[in-house]
Design a protein around this ligand. Structure first.
Ligand code: NAD
Length: 393
């Protein structure tokens, strides 16, 4: 069938198999053509491997170090007239290219928070790889069901007081004020359960208990800090409380003193399926894109993750800030970048929106998440939307 984008709110309900394949191929080409650190990882588990930072991590590890990768995803194949999710198509394409390049790549599809998927993944690692030497934890999820059946939902709210600032209506291209209300104590607790470090620790414990992780393994989870205008909404908001918990989990995992080292990588703000849903942040991202592109320092997920693996994580000592965090937001947080963002933020309105922000760049990245707008793809052509992931478990 001919597949067109159908955008509903923050998501697109269709995905283009050929476009996703082209996007994965171009990410692979990018990594192949970058310099690679000498002593990289050999067997990498990526939890949340089908999109955004997780997919870019999987591609970077595989194509920088020839690493074998096991990916945990939560995606749907095509069914009837519905296309598969873009994460499904991305993973199918990644496995196809990896196989052609002689790289081991297998995928487990299901809820990464569940014990069943942990057991399945660990059984696969034990059978095929023995042990992993790197675990990337890159989940961004709206909810989590814990072992006792309780469902926790995360919220994107402030903590303590309401916060009013500018936000963008991307569809109608307007800027207006929005007031974000504070989360209740229960909502904060639930957000920490979903996006905090509890499940990351459970994964590492389960891998250790099954002797499926090397003694000197490294594990990394992702966080965001950003500038002050976003703090009430992000770093100091309900999601920020979860990220504090993630950071505490990194310290706990490392403190077990069994050789496994856990890090938080603070990544750049980028358009992904998750960040599009956060109030205020998409306006900041559109201004940031404009400024970083003008300064020639803009990066997407693949540039970020390729740089993280090859320049900060491998090839000698891990490069961190004074608090032990890997800072992939180093270019975003440069004073001259932030000063320019501040200037534009103070002045931005519906009237000057396209002048002050890179809306086209925002939408381009948004559509690309779902396989639309990829170079060299004929979007008027009939395609087969039923694509298999060869190894799916
Ligand atoms: P994303 O939505 O692109 O990717 C999230 C991945 O998690 C997807 O592959 C999704 O399928 C998977 N997933 C979600 N629920 C799952 C479940 N229950 N079981 C298995 N897989 C599941 O998001 P992203 O922006 O790449 O976020 C990844 C991490 O990076 C998050 O911790 C996020 O906070 C962090 N981060 C994002 C940004 C940003 O601007 N996008 C910046 C800094 C840090």
């Amino acid at each position: 069938m001919i597949v067109k984008p159908k955008v509903r709110g923050f998501i697109c309900t269709t995905a283009h198999a050929e476009g996703c394949r082209a996007s994965v191929r171009s990410q692979i080409e990018y990594v192949k053509n970058r310099p690679h650190a000498g002593n990289g990882f050999k067997k990498v588990l990526v939890i949340g491997a089908s999109m955004g930072y997780g997919l870019a991590s999987r591609i970077s590890a595989a194509y920088s170090f020839h690493a074998a990768t096991v990916g945990v995803i939560f995606d749907k194949p095509a069914s009837g007239s519905r296309t598969a999710t873009s994460g499904w198509y991305n993973t199918a394409a990644f496995e196809e290219f990896a196989a052609a390049d002689g790289l081991y790549a297998k995928t487990v599809n299901g809820d990464a928070y569940s014990q069943e998927i942990k057991d399945k993944t660990i059984a696969l690692i034990k059978a095929d790889l023995g042990k992993v030497d790197c675990v990337i934890y890159s989940l961004a999820a709206p909810r989590r069901t814990t072992a006792d059946g309780t469902v926790y939902s995360s919220v994107l709210k402030t903590v303590g007081a309401p916060y009013t600032n500018k936000t963008i209506d991307l569809k109608n291209k307007t800027v207006s004020d929005i007031t974000v209300e504070p989360a209740s104590a229960e909502e904060i607790e639930a957000t920490v359960k979903v996006m905090g470090g509890d499940d990351w620790k459970l994964w590492i414990e389960a891998l250790k208990a099954a002797d499926a992780i090397e003694d000197n393994a490294v594990t990394v989870a992702y966080s965001y800090i950003g500038p002050e205008i976003t703090h009430p909404m992000y770093a100091d908001g309900s999601i920020g409380k979860a990220k504090d918990d993630l950071f505490a989990a990194a310290k706990e995992i490392t403190a077990a003193d069994d050789g496994i080292k856990a890090y938080i990588s603070v990544n750049k703000a980028l358009v992904t399926q998750s960040s599009a849903a956060i109030p205020i942040v998409p306006l900041y991202i559109s201004i940031l894109y404009k400024v970083m592109k003008e300064h020639g320092v803009h990066e997407g997920c693949i540039e970020q993750m390729s740089r993280m693996f090859n320049e900060k994580l491998c090839g000698g000592s891990v490069l961190t800030d004074s608090e032990g965090r890997i800072r992939m937001d180093d270019l975003e947080m440069q004073p001259e970048i932030q000063a320019e963002v501040d200037r534009l933020w103070a002045d931005i309105s519906t009237e000057n929106l396209s002048d002050h922000a890179d809306l086209d760049g925002y939408w381009e990245d948004f559509y690309k998440l779902f396989g639309f707008g990829a170079e060299g793809v004929d979007y008027e052509a009939e395609i087969d939307q039923n694509v298999n992931i060869p190894s799916i478990q």
